[in-house]
Design a protein around this ligand. Structure first.
Ligand code: PBG
Length: 319
């Protein structure tokens, strides 16, 4: 007897299809049921406006969530960094699988590294967070670069470099890895130079909160450390009252002594897009064992950053 297929709601972009396809295979393995992809168009996919102008939070996510709530699909996969920090009561974050490489990367012409870009080099990114940190690094190290606002999917962005319109673009390693273009990276940016977006490299698997059986099945794909880390990062973002398009970077990782994990460290940064003013801090604490402990780590760091003037650096985009 064949069981009814589970319906996975997905955006149509190459990245979304790639990550949904990978999750579909994993879910099929743990549930023993076939998984069918159901394509859904989101506002973020059709709009030509700059993402920051649309308002940022949730543009990629809303249509998928509506399909879940209408019962058109059984579960959905989001890039966790695109997910608004407030979790609706009717929906459950059933799994946060093991995170991919969280770093940002450069795809540049002539295999150039970020620090080898020539004077006046134009670097494309739609992200105020990336602009702020690249410009701050350039100021501190005497690089002369110009950050240029672009948007479009990953393939479109890389094309700007191949067409010679830009010297480089900044992208997430995870996205390139998932669509099979990681070989085109010319420089992996240290997180000491550019802290990634909260949740970058992680996926969120969501279903309706009333679907206990599916929540339990999807839960097998959950990685508790990734979940704790992204919970702390997103708690920081929420406590700064910033949206996903605000110039906020955050990364939680484990501090180990040999094989023994000692603590979790959470780093955060906020800055003006020109990189002239930055607040960058970190905190460490016991590895969170509960949701509340992970949330508390993020709130603590946010309070310290706000005390140093973080709110004043987020501009009118803060939301
Ligand atoms: N902003 C769009 C977006 N959302 C998720 C990823 C891929 C990386 C990830 O899963 O964090 C990307 C592309 C990018 O930033 O390069």
């Amino acid at each position: 007897m064949t069981e009814k297929a589970l319906r996975l709601g997905t955006r149509r972009s190459r990245l979304a299809m790639a990550q949904s396809g990978q999750v579909a295979d994993a879910v099929s393995q743990v549930t023993g049921r076939p998984v069918e992809l159901v394509e859904i168009t989101t506002y973020g996919d059709v709009s030509r406006e700059q993402l920051a102008q649309i308002g940022g939070t949730g543009v990629f996510v809303t249509a998928l969530r509506e399909a879940l709530l209408k019962g058109e699909v059984d579960f959905a996969v989001h890039s966790l960094k695109d997910l608004p920090t407030g979790q609706p009561d009717e929906l459950s974050l059933a799994a946060v699988p093991l995170r991919e490489d969280p770093r940002d990367v450069i795809v540049a012409r002539d295999a150039l590294k970020f620090t080898d870009l020539p004077r006046g080099a134009r670097i494309g990114t739609g992200s105020p967070r990336r602009m702020a940190q690249l410009n701050a690094y350039a100021r501190a190290h005497g690089l002369d670069i110009e950050t240029v606002a672009i948007r479009g999917n990953v393939d479109t962005r890389i094309r700007y470099v191949h067409d010679g319109e830009l010297d480089a673009v900044v992208l997430a390693a995870a996205g390139l890895h998932r669509i099979g273009r990681i070989d085109e990276v010319t420089d992996f940016l240290s997180v000491d130079t550019v802290l990634p977006a909260p949740g970058q490299g992680a996926l969120a698997i969501e279903c309706t909160a009333d679907n206990a059986d599916l929540i339990a099945a999807l839960g097998e794909l959950d990685d508790p450390f990734t979940r704790a880390a992204v919970t702390a990062e997103r708690s920081l973002l929420a406590a700064l009252e910033a949206g996903c398009s605000a110039p906020v970077g955050a990364l939680a990782d484990l501090l180990a002594d040999g094989q023994i994990v000692k603590e979790m460290r959470l780093r955060g940064v906020v800055g003006t897009t020109d990189g002239s003013r930055m607040v960058q801090l970190s905190t460490t604490g016991p590895v969170p064992e509960t949701y509340d402990q992970a949330m508390a780590l993020g709130r603590e760091l946010a309070a310290e950053m706000l005390a140093q003037g973080a709110a004043g650096l987020m501009g009118e985009r803060a939301q």
